[in-house]
Design a protein around this ligand. Structure first.
Ligand SMILES: *Cc1c(COP(=O)(O)O)cnc(C)c1O
Length: 427
């Protein structure tokens, strides 16, 4: 469920007509709903609690929002105030999480290519856990920790070798991709880590992909994780934490409804049973995707004599790259749909490559120059992947709360954009 509904024929976000935001901030612009972010977080939280999936010290399971899905500070703060932690994959993301008020003890540091500098930063900040993705990375973490006179609290990321995920570029749980180690390697590394003065292994973790709409591969991966925890314990090693990653899919309107958080929590409880561990989760998309839209203006309707119609927008692949990169589907809704029979459009942006096509041959209400449209489900992996390609200004972001809204990342000026470059002194 989300909080984008038509009121008096005009699409609104909570109590704010999106047209008002388009008029005052300009388009393209991302708009996020606080109520939807909070609702998705709370639905997951309650689903986990209802199945008895607990966290450290018998408290609530840690829900570490995957910052890479939406890293706007105001979005992070909205979730932080509800108690969310953060799953981070760079020093920049750790800094964002901290700046948004997420305490270090709720920050998980993941990613296959952590540098010595980033590991040192994470250790000094006191993050909850560093998820180790390979043997050399584990040795580096041990070295850095020892040089700082501390021990790195780590979990070993396992690659459970299952196929899952909405698209090849976001599947992460097969043995032929770069993430994590095999089960046998995990056992060896865990034992090694427990004898290393620079390391304190506390658990194991997996994250098998994104936009997963079938619980079966998750359940099979989690069953294998349970086996791993039991084998490690059998060897006398303490395993206190189990981090099950993120990956639950969301409805992008053209697909059958994905499993609900309640289905997901029930599957986990059934698969893992009474395994006594502190659970943590790293959801990104399921919290943020349907909490955001990208607003754009139709610039021109370009008709070919053979009949093909292009709706050319002021938003482009630099603002929302998911269709170009993952063949992703986004529902496109005019803010105030015109009457009349639907027409067939290719919806495109102004960038000089054919990849800048949001959709081909989509049936939409009739469009005209000047109309405002919303790309739905754009709150995750939208603004975070934006760029200035074609020297277009970085897209701004707005956060709505009830009948108020605030610009939470202003549109830069052209002067800002040019000032980022520097001239060498030989000119
Ligand atoms: C991307 C990522 C997530 C979040 O995935 P979603 O599909 O957005 O839930 C969680 N954990 C790790 C390690 C990731 O890389």
């Amino acid at each position: 469920m989300n909080h984008f509904e038509p009121t008096h024929g005009n699409l609104a976000c909570e109590g704010v007509p999106l047209r008002d935001i388009a008029q005052s901030v300009g388009t393209p612009v991302y708009v996020y709903s606080s109520a939807t972010l909070e609702r998705h977080y709370e639905v997951l939280r309650h689903a986990l609690a209802a199945e008895g999936l607990k966290g450290e010290g018998g408290g609530e399971a840690l829900i570490a929002f995957a910052v890479k899905a939406n890293s706007n500070l105001a979005v992070l703060k909205t979730l932080a105030r509800r108690g969310a932690g953060a799953d981070t994959v760079s020093e920049g993301e750790i800094r964002r999480a901290l700046a948004a008020g997420i305490p270090a003890h709720k920050i998980v540091f993941s990613g296959v290519g952590k540098t010595a500098g980033e590991l040192a930063f994470a250790l000094k900040a006191g993050v909850s856990e560093i998820n180790i993705e390979s043997e050399p990375e584990m040795h580096l973490a041990a070295q850095v920790a020892q040089s700082l006179g501390t021990r790195a609290v780590i979990a070993i990321r396992v690659n459970p070798d299952v196929s899952a995920g909405g698209h090849a570029k976001i599947a992460t749980g097969k043995a032929d991709n770069k993430f994590g180690v095999s089960f046998s390697e995990a056992e060896r590394l865990y034992a090694q880590a427990s004898n290393n003065a620079g390391l304190k292994p506390v658990g194991v973790t997996c994250h098998i992909g994104s936009q997963i709409t079938d619980l079966a591969p998750m359940s099979s991966a989690f069953a294998k994780m349970k086996g791993l925890v039991e084998r490690l314990r059998h060897e006398g090693l303490a395993v206190d934490r189990l981090d099950l990653g993120g990956g639950l899919g969301v409805p992008y309107f053209n697909q059958p409804d994905p499993p609900t958080p309640a289905d997901y929590a029930r599957m986990i409880a059934q698969t893992l049973g009474d395994l006594d561990v502190a659970y943590s989760f790293e959801p990104g998309r399921m919290i943020a995707a349907n909490a955001g839209v990208l607003l754009a203006t139709v610039l021109h309707i370009h008709k070919r004599p053979e009949g093909r119609k292009f709706a050319i927008l002021d938003a482009a692949m630099n603002d929302l790259i998911r269709p170009a990169m993952y063949e992703a589907y986004h529902d496109i809704i005019p803010l105030a749909p015109r009457a009349g029979p639907p027409e067939i459009y290719d919806v495109v942006g102004p960038i000089c490559e054919t990849g800048d096509t949001f959709t081909r041959e989509r049936e939409l209400p009739p469009l005209a120059a000047g109309d405002l449209v919303a790309f739905m489900s754009a709150g995750a992996y939208g603004a975070v992947m934006s760029s200035e390609y074609n020297s277009r200004l970085l897209v701004p972001e707005v956060l709505v709360r009830g009948d108020r809204y605030a610009v939470v990342r202003p549109r830069p000026t052209y002067e800002d954009m040019l000032a980022k470059d520097a001239m060498p002194d030989w000119f």
